[in-house]
Design a protein around this ligand. Structure first.
Ligand code: ISJ
Length: 168
């Protein structure tokens, strides 16, 4: 299955709704409620994790869906969408939305990640906090949305677990 056939329609992300987490089986909950790096978790299930950026750039608030209600108002937002691969298999589609005000100081590195997994930066920062994790089930695919903070500055991370992911 090529990555092109796995594009997750953004409208699904914009119309995100959370699913009652009490409906989770333990194996699925272990994945979705992972507090540590998802990249590091995936590395336990393959030889190499790689990330393929699909989109990186600034977008206005008007292009965000209900992600806007989870983030402070800002002039524009840095959006990064990637596929995360376990060896050659696409396992996760991820979308990160970062208010421009978050991109101050060392967080400016977030716009220079390229094919470096976001987790390599996030989990090297002592000032990383996770406000919450919401879980969701869209068309049979489990997903989670985390609001993270770096030195108190927020960003929103949505991860959709693709059919070949070891979560299933
Ligand atoms: C956020 C992490 O990194 C992974 C890589 C991402 C990226 O490179 O944009 C996004 C989400 C994760 O699946 C993580 O390791 O927890």
């Amino acid at each position: 299955m090529t990555s092109e056939t796995l594009l997750i329609p953004n409208w699904k992300i914009r119309d995100w709704y959370s699913t009652q987490s009490d409906s989770l089986s333990k194996p699925v909950a272990d994945w979705l409620l992972e507090e540590d790096s998802m990249t590091r978790r995936c590395e336990r299930y393959c030889h190499k994790v790689t990330v393929q950026p699909l989109f990186e750039g600034y977008i206005p608030a008007s292009s965000l869906g209900n992600e806007l209600s989870e983030l402070p108002t800002d002039k524009r937002y840095w959006v990064r969408e990637v596929f995360l691969f376990g060896d050659t298999i696409p396992w996760i589609w991820a979308r990160t939305v970062v208010p421009e005000k978050t991109l101050s100081g060392p967080e400016q590195q977030l716009i220079e990640l390229g094919d470096t997994p976001l987790g390599r930066y996030l989990f090297s920062q002592s000032a990383l906090e996770r406000d919450y994790i919401q879980v969701s089930l869209h068309d049979g695919l489990w997903g989670r949305r985390s609001r993270l903070r770096l030195s108190g500055k927020p960003l929103l991370l949505t991860e959709i677990f693709l059919p070949s992911s070891p979560l299933y």
